[in-house]
Write a protein that binds this ligand. Sequence first.
Ligand code: CU
Length: 290
Amino acid sequence: MKKNSNLLSKIYQKFSSLVSLSVASICLLWTQVSHAAEPTPWQWYFQSPATPVMEQIIEFHNLMFFVEVGIVLLVLGLMVYIVVKFNSKANPEPTKTTHNTALEVLWTVIPIVILIVFAVPSMKLLFFMEKAQNPEMTLKVTGNQWYWSYQYPDNGNFEFDSNIIPDEDIKPGQRRLLEVDNQVVLPVNTEIKVLLTARDVMHNWAVPAFGIKMDTIPGRINETWVKVTKIGTYYGQCSELCGVAHSRMPIAVKVVSKEDFKKWLKKAKSEFASSDDNEVLKLAQFKKSK
Ligand SMILES: [Cu+2]
């Protein structure tokens, strides 16, 4: 008997240390995740939100999640109750009941109420995500096989390409498969209209910290918006299977202060020749060749 209780206490000790260890590691993961603007190893929750849209998406997720856990537990509880209470041994003579009006009304009405509870904030969020109310500037994103082009139509209309940095050129501290040669630069706390399209096949511009995952479609312009509230660098990836190098067209967005953005604009305008000039040049060449 004594031996038995010893064994039990040993098992209990093992178990409790395991529980405290896993709680500690979950807490650690949580704090790590909450400061990241990029995916982290063993990540299991959202990246830290950087826009009002992503904050609301997480809030909506949490509302849904807890209601859904409640539903799962209720259904599981009912099933366990039925299995225990109404199996052929415990209940050899089943009742002949086929209808119960009150119950049937209840199990129709309650799910409808739950769906309405979800639908109202869901629609609100969809409308909030759709369009910028007072956009201060525009960014045009174009998907190509296999890189992104970024254009600033109301800031000099220059355009540049953003290509992945291949594994062999990655420096220590840089993120493999996420780093690009030319990052998109955006000002902080600015409502930015984002127009998205593609030159060849469908791509998808997805940045988790912004709550954006928008298809870019050839011949069509999609619209969304972003207002980043924290300075930092944010990473994303193409999220529409677009060909052999689909995994090698990452997105890196550098969000800077408004003053730094103005400085960058000056530099960028001279570095990346305005695409207006390019159009004129192309037209001139076209006329000449005719
Ligand atoms: Cu793509």
